[in-house]
Design a protein around this ligand. Structure first.
Ligand code: GLC
Length: 819
């Protein structure tokens, strides 16, 4: 209680600044204040080539793999005002004096009369006005290219003639991103930069670590001839670097030193000189790319030296996003719900699909700490299934190829090598070496793909199992269906004393690592849900024998859970190796856990009465105005028995924090029991866009994407968010909003429409692309109910039930009456 009071007192004091606003017409968030509480960022490109740009111009770039193929050096722990892998300097000359400024504010500490950073869909645009000029910079990666474009325009608005030097600069990292930080002997001996000046005056700076010289090089060039350049950091910064990045000596002199580098800290800087009459604009576009060789890069280099091709590539990017988002658009009475569901949430799902938990300003993509997560990506794919099912299938195939013959899966893999490992379970001698849940998630993913596309042939595709000891061609191969069967068989067999599946090293909650023999109620319910999906699949392919078998397994696990895990007012969450329950009212800490309640409802295991009671307990013990806590109360000190969870203070992360990923599961459970108002309340509580109005100084994180966690009310800093972008919250909140609140879900028989909405909504509209047709759906709610479909008509004809059949034709108008 004491903690609660002080948290409240703090939030009264907080008067948040106004950092920016949502511009939905342009699908952008417009930041007007560069001094965000923590670094905010955007993603450009994809995992194939791309990375992060922060709102003050810092860049993390890689090709295919952030750990093993890094391009720029960005140290996220340093203050926001430090140089972070890239910037643009402007040297504005007027008569005899000059000023050095940066449109990114950093690292020159420039204060502009007007400044905006527009965080768009895979691009960021900066607009800065002051010192007699108007600057516009846009950064993006053209689709399918391996080059980061930086499109810079400078307009003279001073009323007189101006000379402006534009100096973009990037700092390179060793391709092995961790080595860059841990080895200051080998790395600098190998880093090399060759400068090539072409007849036209264009400069290409070619950079590589020596061993990659013949295999893969970075390059930096531009659309116009350069006055001068630098490849060596010390030459560029001058004064033996003592003045740092805020005032590079070469820029003061008005000429870079034309250095290449045979070792040391490699950079790529070029100076472009503009003499601008009043109102005139100068434009230069740079390219930072990576290819097998410079010769291989030349076609792309030539292409993007033409500014018209850059404009075309940018238009293509916008077209990609229009198509992607066009898969599902909504119009409900709630504007911020519309904005999240139409733009920012599906955009974030695209980001998590690409990056899993591999590269963010929190998961730094160094070493073998994190790759593409089996559990994480399986869930991420559920969030993009209606938008890009075929791309999702490709990633699902990779995941299936790191499943083991026994049925369980490797915890993560590295995309450039397809090597997989056991995640953190590698490091703990006395704990199981597998995760109890990983392999079950993929059943949900494959089912979702099949329902979206109807491509049942996919079940017959042959995919190898993972076996470290065998080369790829010698590994056992089996059909996708067989992979799924082994997933289920593994868990069916791997049960403990209570007949509940073993925990393994961990289940979804990475941080509860009980000794061997512990059982997980979450794994039990995920197993049950996977069985439900598998029964659907087997029915679709007409395999009656399997249907019967899986139905029996389902009934068995359902009975077990209800027999052993009901605590009186809610379900318990784990049994430890001795059979003691965690997440039980009998305990002093960790009395109740949110997953313990959501998943028995999602899996259909809970009876109606228990489902309602369990969800009531969630509301009573776990809900806060900032979201639902994962558990309560938190461990107050390290407990080696449970491990990681107790390394956090109470209220942080998995230790009773508001772990956002688990919130949509409660929303979904509430829609299943028909409580549309409560589901929507939970949706709103964690809507980051809602923090934009006066709560940013408490929340601190970006308002345009979901963070992973918010500190709970056992913590003094209640309301503080961290770990933006790469969180399962994105996929699941999107599913909760579209498939459960709006209730529009792909099935093998058609599009099911079964909303569970706030009673106050009298109607909503959705357009959804499904199996080649546009479904234009209008749902009316004249009686103000939350759930219940009274009638459905398609193109004017009434159907039975609420599943709109798969229809030929391009467009169908669907009217749904609730009541
Ligand atoms: C992180 C992990 C995810 C895990 C969750 C809860 O988000 O990426 O795999 O389920 O934490 O521990």
């Amino acid at each position: 209680m004491a903690a609660k009071k002080s948290a409240k007192a703090k939030s009264v004091k907080t008067q948040s600044r106004d950092y920016g606003y949502f511009d939905d017409a342009n699908k952008e968030y417009v930041l007007r204040d560069p001094a965000t509480p923590i670094k905010w960022c955007n993603y450009v490109g994809t995992l194939d080539f791309g990375g992060i740009v922060d709102t003050t111009g810092g860049t993390v770039l890689c090709k295919g793999d952030p750990a093993l193929n890094r391009i720029t050096k960005y140290i996220s722990q340093m203050p926001a005002g430090d140089f972070k892998g890239s910037t643009v300097y402007l040297r504005i000359k007027e008569k005899k004096s000059y000023k050095i400024v940066s449109p990114f504010v950093v690292p020159t500490c420039t204060i502009w009369d007007k400044w905006e950073c527009r965080v768009g869909l895979s691009y960021t645009t900066w607009l800065a006005e002051g010192y007699g000029i108007r600057v516009k910079i846009r950064v993006f990666v053209p689709a399918k290219s391996s080059t980061l474009i930086q499109d810079i325009s400078v307009q003279n608005i001073s009323g007189k003639k101006l000379e402006v030097d534009v100096v973009p600069v990037y700092e390179f990292s060793h391709f092995d991103a961790l080595k860059q930080l841990t080895n200051a002997d080998w790395v600098p001996q190998t880093m090399t930069l060759d400068a090539h000046r072409e007849k036209s005056g264009h400069v290409i700076l070619e950079q590589y670590a020596f061993m990659k010289k013949k295999y893969e090089v970075n390059y930096f060039t531009a659309s116009m001839a350069a006055d001068s350049y630098d490849g060596d950091r010390r030459s560029f910064l001058g004064f033996n670097e003592i003045m740092g990045w805020s005032c590079p000596g070469s820029i003061y002199k008005g000429k870079l030193t034309n250095s290449s580098a045979l070792r040391g800290d490699n950079i790529a800087a070029q100076m472009f000189k503009f003499k601008l009459a009043n109102k005139k604009t100068g434009r230069v576009a740079t390219q930072l790319g990576k290819q097998k060789s410079l010769a291989a890069a030349m076609p792309e280099i030539e292409k993007y030296r033409n500014l018209r091709n850059i404009d075309k590539a940018f238009a293509e990017l916008a077209a990609f996003w229009n198509k992607y988002l066009g898969a599902l658009q909504v119009k409900t009475p709630d504007a911020s719900f519309n904005s999240m569901v139409n733009i920012h949430n599906p955009r974030q799902c695209h980001t998590t699909k690409n990056w899993s938990r591999y590269l963010s300003l929190y998961q730094l993509g160094f070493g073998s700490d994190r790759g593409i997560g089996y559990r994480d990506s399986s869930q991420d794919l559920l969030g993009v299934m209606s938008h890009m099912p075929e791309e999702a299938r490709v990633l699902a195939e990779n995941l299936l190829s790191v499943q083991l013959e026994e049925g369980n899966a490797m915890h993560q893999y590295f995309p450039s090598t397809m090597e997989a490992n056991e995640g953190d379970s590698r490091e703990k001698e006395d704990r199981p070496k597998y995760y109890g849940d990983d392999h079950l998630w993929i059943v949900l993913t494959v089912a979702s793909y099949l329902k979206e596309t109807g491509n049942l042939k996919f079940l017959q595709k042959q995919i190898p199992f993972y076996n470290k000891k065998k080369e790829l061609s010698k590994r056992e191969k089996a059909t996708v269906l067989e992979h799924l069967k082994r997933s289920l068989a593994f868990t069916h067999k791997d049960c403990g004393k209570h007949g509940i599946p073993h925990l393994g090293f961990a289940d979804w909650n990475d941080t509860v690592n009980l000794p061997t023999g512990a059982e997980s109620l979450f794994n039990a319910n995920l197993f049950a849900k996977a069985l439900v999906e598998m029964i659907d699949i087997c029915q679709a392919i007409g395999d009656k024998k399997l249907v019967t078998q899986y139905k029996a397994w389902y009934e068995n696990i359902k009975a077990k859970v209800n027999k052993v895990a009901w605590d009186g007012q809610w379900y318990v969450r784990w049994f430890d190796e001795k059979g003691k329950a965690l997440g039980s009212s009998k305990n002093a800490v960790n009395k109740i856990d949110s997953l313990g309640q959501s998943w028995p409802v999602i899996s259909g295991v809970a009876t109606e009465e228990r489902a309602k009671l369990a969800l009531k307990s969630v509301y009573k013990y776990l809900n806060t105005k900032n979201g639902i806590k994962l558990s309560w109360p938190g461990y107050d000190g390290f407990d080696p028995h449970v491990g990681g969870v107790s390394t956090y203070p109470p209220g942080a992360k998995e230790n009773g924090g508001i772990f956002l990923h688990a919130n949509p599961w409660i929303m979904i459970a509430e829609t299943i029991v028909g409580n549309g108002d409560r589901a929507f309340q939970y949706y709103n509580q964690i809507n980051p866009a809602a923090k934009n109005n006066g709560l940013i100084d408490e929340f601190e994180s970006e308002p345009y994407c979901y963070p992973q966690n918010i500190l709970g009310d056992e913590h003094e800093k209640f309301g503080l968010a961290r770990n933006a972008w790469l969180s399962g919250t994105s996929s699941w909140t999107y599913q909760a909003a579209t498939q459960y609140i709006l209730g529009i879900k792909a099935t093998f028989d058609g599009l099911s429409i079964n909303p569970c909405i706030p009673k106050a909504w009298n109607e909503f509209r959705v357009t959804r692309k499904f199996r080649g047709a546009d479904y234009v759906i209008h749902v009316k709610n004249p009686k103000g109910v939350s759930k219940g479909v009274k009638s459905v008509t398609i193109d004017g004809r009434e159907i039975k039930g609420h599943v709109v059949p798969i229809l030929s034709g391009k467009k169908h108008v669907v009217l749904v009456m609730m009541g």
